[in-house]
Structure formats: C-alpha cells, structure tokens
Design a protein around this ligand. Structure first.
Ligand code: NAP
Ligand code: MG
Length: 506
C-alpha cells in the first residue's frame, strides 16, 4: 500500500496521542476483543480535505459478521447483560454519554479528520448530540412498561389476568452512513442498549474511526463482552452479510433509499424486522409575510449545514413571488461568503464532501442541471485544486421534472422555485416527491403555518426554524424516506416485542 500521511496542516492540529492512535492499524470489536479481520484484510481511510491517507482499518466481511452475530447472540442469551436490572442497564447507558462528553475534543477531531466537517461544528453538534442520545435513552431502561389489559371475549369477567411485557427484540444488525458517523452510531446504539438488545454495528467504509473509538469507550463504561460488536467493512460484503444473516432478529439501516431496498430484499427471506431511515428532498417554503432575514439565514443553514450531506436538508426552496429575488440573492450572498477549508482549521465554515465518489455524484448533478437549463446564481463548480470541495450552489430557472429538482443530491446544492399563492398548487409542488422526510415553513402567520404543516407529507416540519433536532423528538419519513422512527419514545418500538401473557385466575 502506498501510504502518505495526511498533510501536516491537518494532523499537526491534533494531540500526539490521537496521532499515534491513527498511526496504529485499527482492529474491529468482536465479543469484547479487538481483533483483525479473519481474512487479514485492511482498508485505507482517507482525509477528504487532502486526499491523503489517514488510517488503516480492519476490513470485515461475511466471516467476521458471522463471529460478531454469534457473540451478540451469546451475550443476549447467556451473558450478564440479559440478567442486568433495568436500573443498572440505564446507568451503564448513561455512563457512555458521560464518557463521550469527557472525550469531546478528541471525538470532534476524529470526526473532522475522517468526515471533513469543521472541528468547531463537530464539537458543538455531532459529539454533544451523541452524548445526549445516550443520556436521554438511559432513562427509558426503567420505563419499558407493559399494560394490564382487561379482556372480554368469551371469558367471564375476573377469570383471567392479562398483561403485556415488553422484551428486547434480540440481536440487532445496524448499518450506518458517513454523514454523521458518531451521531448515527449513537442514534442506533443508545435505544438498542436501553431496551436490552445486543448489536452488530456495520460502520460506513468512508468514516469508521469515531465509532471504533466509541467502541473503546463502551468497553471502558463496562458494557459486557459481545453486547456491542463493531465491524468496519464494505456494504457489498459486510453490510450485505449482516442484512441477510439468519442469526439477526432485526435490521436497522440509515442510508440511501437504493440500499434500503436491498436491505429489505435481504431481510425478506426470513421476514426479519426492518427499520429504515433513508433519503430526502425536503421542501423549505417561504411566504411573503415571513421575517425575511430570519428566513434567508434559515434557508442557508437548511441546505448548507454539513455541506448539504443531510438526509433532511432543505434542498428544494419555494419562495413566494414577491420576495423571490430578494430571498435567493440573500441566500446566494451568504453562500458566496461561506469559508471552505480543512475541517481542523478554526476559520473553516464548510469542509469537503466526504469522498471522491460523492464529489463525482454532486458535480455530476451540477453539470446535468446546468445542461438542462438551470442557472447557478452562485457556486456550480469545484473549489480549489485538492480535496473534494464543492462550492455552495444556488440553482434557479429550474423545472419540476429536472433531475436536480427530483433526486437527492446530498451536497451543497439548493434548487429555488417561485410560487404565486400559498394554495393547493404550492402544497402539491411541495409534496411532489418520492421522499417525505422533512419540510420547513416560514411565515409570521402561525395559523397558516400550521395549516400548511398539517398538509405536508413529511415526518418532521419546522416552522420558522430548520435542523432543530432533539433526542426526545421522533425523526423519520413518509413515503420512500423510510420505515419507523429514530429517537424519542417512538424509536423504542423498533427494538421491542410486546408479549401478551394471560393467566387463568379463577
Ligand atoms: P449507502 O450506500 O446507502 O450507504 C449506507 C450504509 O449502507 C454504509 O454503511 C454502506 O456501506 C452500507 N451498504 C452499502 N451497500 C450495502 C448493501 N448492499 N447491503 C448492506 N449495506 C450496504 O450510501 P452512500 O453510497 O454512502 O451514499 C449514497 C447516497 O445515499 C447519498 O448520495 C445520499 O443520497 C444517500 N445517503 C443518505 C443518508 C441518510 O442519512 N439518509 C446518509 C448517507 C447517504 P459502505 O460504506 O461500505 O458503502
Ligand atoms: Mg474518511
């Protein structure tokens, strides 16, 4: 392997201990042990800002997934985990959140180097939100209550006692993407652990590092061996093996709608339970009575946060005619002022896209859009000579059937369309998508805002704000944006089975 170290400009900014962690080939976590792949294979992790080598990671495939699933089954059925009291389990989950906060800077540095996002953003968003997910979920461990249910049917009153018991669904296979590597691991692991499941986690090939460091913290917290197993590797091998493994009771997936479909196919043979958090092409609607400055700032962040690599990005902007020019020129001006650079540079506001592949996808859309007649008010091209940087872009003169309007770009590209009245036509345009993940509405008229919010086919609607996430709020999609919900009380049902127990008592 041809190894170049990531540029001194990035690695110099992290402590020596982290540099040496990165310089050591990273093994995978199976049954509480850090092991190499059975095949002995490794893969290279790249710094997307410099295109240079960042780390070497064990490449898991079907054989390692099989080991991990067995370990998870054994931990579920024979280990101390299944006998742990709900209170003790909750304290352990809480401790994981504490450890994440104790390693705030280190985890934010890893996230920045691996994914490309600014360190400053990872430090205030990704890492604290990940910790909060464990803290929030830890409280549910002691509150997984069934119900006493009075029955009628053929039974005489008082002859039977019926109640439900909520039990962990079992061994869970979890597959996560690269856009929020640590946070996606937290969204998946925290509810699975709070409910008493055991896990095999397949992390994204582009960004395995923060989850591997989290694995070390899980062991430090005292999680019993085999409760969480972390296997880095490729989707087509490790991911596919996990989705099809007969020893897995449930698959939880976040990623593209395309791969979501493959997961469903793989799980369908044994009718394994599946939850999916998939793509989006979310409408953000600005009415002419909105606070225009707030709407411009909100729509800018709505699309450009995390370089547009958010499943819920406000990527389709609808602006009422009268204020269209003012709003789009305001967003374009903001976009033009965003400082692109290496994530570890404190001045950086936007980093590179995560990989060469994503860079190719996004620039491909920019080219296709402009060939179909869309006009870039700002951006529209790559930035710089090195790294996967794309300029924040605002496209106007679009038509509803253009690829850039219909498909998820997953990059810093906004398509803006004017509308005349906030009527059925606007609702139809906003809902004209195979996706239904999120939406935004900007207006000072709260009644109108709620009328529109009620009619949008989306799992989340933000009014006069965007990207407001909380561990307590359910998140997920209508239509092809997914099955089930992440976070909040709602996610618990992804990881629980309800058992009805009836005793004859008369
Ligand atoms: P992806 O292919 O859906 O990857 C997500 C996860 O699924 C990764 O861990 C991936 O492994 C794994 N995977 C891939 N093929 C698989 C298979 N056949 N069986 C099981 N697991 C498999 O997403 P991507 O290719 O990285 O990005 C493509 C597009 O997906 C983006 O442009 C965006 O539109 C969408 N996306 C959505 C989200 C979201 O949060 N909803 C997140 C990321 C991407 P590898 O890492 O090895 O490929
Ligand atoms: Mg990387």
């Amino acid at each position: 392997m041809n190894v170049h170290l990531a540029s001194s400009s990035t690695l110099e900014k992290v402590p020596a201990a982290l540099r040496s962690w990165l310089a050591t080939p990273r093994p995978m976590l199976i049954n509480g042990k850090w092991v190499q792949a059975r095949s002995g294979k490794v893969f290279e992790v790249q710094d997307p800002a410099t295109e240079m080598h960042l780390a070497t990671v064990a490449e898991g495939d079907a054989a390692d997934i099989d080991d991990a699933v067995r370990a998870a089954r054994n931990a579920l059925e024979n280990g101390p985990w299944g006998r742990m009291s709900p209170s003790a389990r909750g304290r352990l989950v809480h401790r994981i959140g504490d450890l994440i906060l104790e390693h705030l800077d280190e985890l934010a540095q890893l996230e920045s180097l691996d994914n490309g996002k600014p360190f400053s953003v990872a430090r205030v968003a990704d890492v604290p939100l990940s910790a909060d997910m464990f803290h929030y979920m830890s409280g549910w461990s002691t509150k997984l209550e069934g119900k006493h249910i009075p029955i009628s049917g053929l039974a005489a009153p008082g002859q039977y006692l019926s109640f439900t018991r909520l039990e962990p669904v079992g061994v869970v296979g979890q597959i996560i993407p690269w856009n929020f590597p640590l946070l996606m691991a937290a969204w998946k692991l925290a509810p699975a652990l709070a409910t008493g499941c055991t896990v095999v986690l397949k992390v994204a090939e582009e960004t395995p590092l923060s989850a591997l460091r989290l694995g070390e913290l899980l062991m430090e917290a005292g999680l019993p061996d085999g409760v969480v197993n972390i296997v880095p590797g490729f989707g087509e091998t490790a991911g596919a093996a996990l989705a099809a493994h007969p020893g897995v009771d449930k698959i939880a997936f976040t990623g593209s709608t395309e791969v979501g479909r493959l997961i469903v196919q793989a799980a369908s043979r044994d009718l394994r339970k599946v939850s999916l958090e998939l793509g989006g092409k979310s409408p953000n609607i600005i009415l002419d009575d909105a606070d225009i400055d707030a709407a411009i700032a909100g729509a800018t962040a709505g699309i450009f946060f995390n370089h547009g690599q958010c499943c819920n990005a406000g990527s389709r902007l609808y602006v009422q005619e009268k204020i269209f020019d003012k709003v789009v020129s305001g967003i374009a001006a903001n976009a033009g002022n965003i400082k692109l650079g290496v994530g570890m540079d404190p001045a950086t506001e936007m980093g590179p896209l995560v990989s060469q592949v994503q860079y190719g996808r996004v620039t491909g859309y920019l080219k296709a859009g402009q060939e179909e007649g869309a006009r870039a008010l700002t951006g529209g091209t790559r930035h710089g000579e090195r790294g996967f940087f794309v300029k924040p872009t605002v496209l106007v003169d679009t038509k509803p059937d253009m690829k850039v309007v219909r498909e998820e770009i997953f990059g810093p590209v906004l398509v803006a369309t004017p509308f005349k009245d906030a009527d059925d036509g606007l609702i139809a345009a906003a809902n004209d998508s195979i996706y239904g993940l999120a939406a935004g509405v900007w207006t000072r008229d709260i009644a109108k805002a709620n009328q529109i919010a009620n009619r949008l086919k989306a799992g989340t609607v933000w009014v006069n704000c965007y990207h407001v996430f909380d561990s307590a709020l359910p998140f997920g999609g209508y239509k092809q944006s997914g099955w089930g919900r992440e976070m909040g009380q709602a996610v618990l049902s992804n990881y629980l089975e309800a058992k009805a127990i009836t005793s004859r008592i008369a």
